[in-house]
Design a protein around this ligand. Structure first.
Ligand code: 5GP
Ligand code: MG
Length: 189
């Protein structure tokens, strides 16, 4: 069963043009980020806040590599219809933990135009934490419109629409264990 699953997942999905980062490459990079975070947050009061839904897989893998004490919460934003960001960001639901005077690490899948993370960061700052840093798996710098200070970045990606490892297109492809470029014929015009 395990072997079958591995074989099926190892084959590239027919809607994917090419794989950008394999599961192994993502794991290695996540390890390196976790090592930095473990060092930077030693003796501190870390709360990880994941931006749903795209960050869930990255957050889970990062979290199991952390050795510092950590609490976890989530918020949900929507800013996105299809493959283009809109500049409208809405808070669907908020964190429940009290973030006052805590060291918050905000985690998202990708920073693209920057609108979502700029909104999330400002929102978290309004809760008067001690500190807020941002960690993203992917950075697409070519499309940035709003500056967001990002402390931890997994990979810098080209200006292509990527899916997999939590990232979706119209809610699909999140389950892929790698990150790949979606074939453009799969994207709505
Ligand atoms: P931003 O506000 O920085 O433009 O991006 C907000 C959100 O758009 C990201 O959190 C992500 O959910 C989505 N997004 C941006 N670029 C991509 C991409 O290449 N692939 C996928 N699947 N989502 C993206
Ligand atoms: Mg997102």
């Amino acid at each position: 069963m395990q072997v079958l699953l591995k074989t099926r997942k190892a084959r590239i999905h027919p809607d994917i043009e090419s794989a950008l980062y394999s599961a192994g490459q993502i794991a290695a990079r996540t390890n390196a980020l976790a090592r930095r975070i473990n060092k930077d947050y030693e003796g501190r009061d870390l709360v990880i806040v994941g931006v749903l839904k795209g960050s869930f897989m990255f957050l889970g893998d990062l979290l199991r590599r952390l050795t510092v004490p950590v609490e976890v919460d989530f918020l949900s934003l929507s800013s996105y219809i299809g493959e283009r960001s809109t500049e409208m960001v809405r808070l669907n639901f908020d964190v429940r933990l009290d973030l006052k005077d805590r060291d918050v690490l905000l985690i998202d899948d990708i920073v693209d135009t920057g609108f979502s993370l700029a909104f999330a960061r400002k929102h978290i700052l309004s809760k008067e934490p001690q500190d807020v840093e941002v960690c993203v798996l992917l950075d697409k710098p070519e499309r940035r419109k709003v500056l967001v200070p990002v402390r931890y970045t997994g990979f810098v990606v080209p200006d292509r629409f990527v899916v997999g490892y939590g990232l979706d297109y119209n809610e699909r492809y999140r389950e892929l264990p790698y990150i790949g470029i979606l074939k453009s014929r799969r994207l709505e015009p």
